[in-house]
Design a protein around this ligand. Sequence first.
Ligand SMILES: [Cu+2]
Length: 325
Amino acid sequence: MNRVIMLIAAQLALFVLPAAAMAKERIPDPAKGWDAHFILLMVISVFVYLVVTIPLLYFVIKYRRRKGNEVGAYIEGNVGLEVTWTVIPLILIALIGVHSWALFNDYRTVPKDCFEAKVIAQQFSYEMISPEGIRTVNELRVPVGPVKLNLTSKDVIHSFAVPQFRVREDMVPGRETYLWFNAKDPGTYEVFCSQYCGTGHSQMLAKVTVLKKEDYDAWVKQNTSEAAASLPPEEQGKKLFESLGCIGCHSVTGDKSIGPTVKGLFGNKTALTDGTEVVVDEAFIKEKVKNPKEKVAKDYQLMMQPNNVMDTDLNAIVAYVKTLK
Ligand SMILES: [Cu+2]
């Protein structure tokens, strides 16, 4: 019986709130649900605040002590009043409870036939892998519709947050987590890392680009055929520099970042923390990728992890770095 009352109350809440719209759609939109939930909490809180504060102020003034030894009247109690102030909050709390539960259910239940991609975080970038196997860095491309993201991390705990979709989920090394959102409108949506993960945390930005189905298909076609054709080493190197996450810490534009920029680096001398200088040549770059602990650049902290990169890929990276004059 109580359950029936709660369900009726929840239905009423859904009816009066914008969330009503989501009940009609086949695929729910938790982003709207969160907004509705916020409004529900706000309305209830303001209502309770006013119901308590206005009479309080009134009584404080009306029943203030006026003369020396005035004593207040003894009041037995009032059954009607007590039942009212128990039942009304009970209904309000039940309403919040049922609405939260329904929303949480939508938020964590991935719709069928969802577009599914993978995101791997590392200090301080994201690698996105489309269902077709296309790898991108700091930009996720998805078609319009529900999207599920499988998340993980290579190093520390990061958190994938897209405020406009009202989603956030931790990215934990050695574990796969997930989130889903309903990308209804084409456009660009910002991604933030919302778990402090190191000095480059605030630069750990990315975007989700929602494309019309046909635009997405065109992008896939373009990138898979391009990948099939063998690229010149510099271009391969550029892709590796991005997909391996090097670009997260080493800019190619000359800007100072977590690590030194690679622009204008090749063939020049660079200062190290131990006070010596070294010429950046092929051997140095290759050694540095594999074993970053040695020969740290002056004014920088060692943040880099050793990378197990194939020799052919290393050659491609060197070829790319050479082009950045
Ligand atoms: Cu992070």
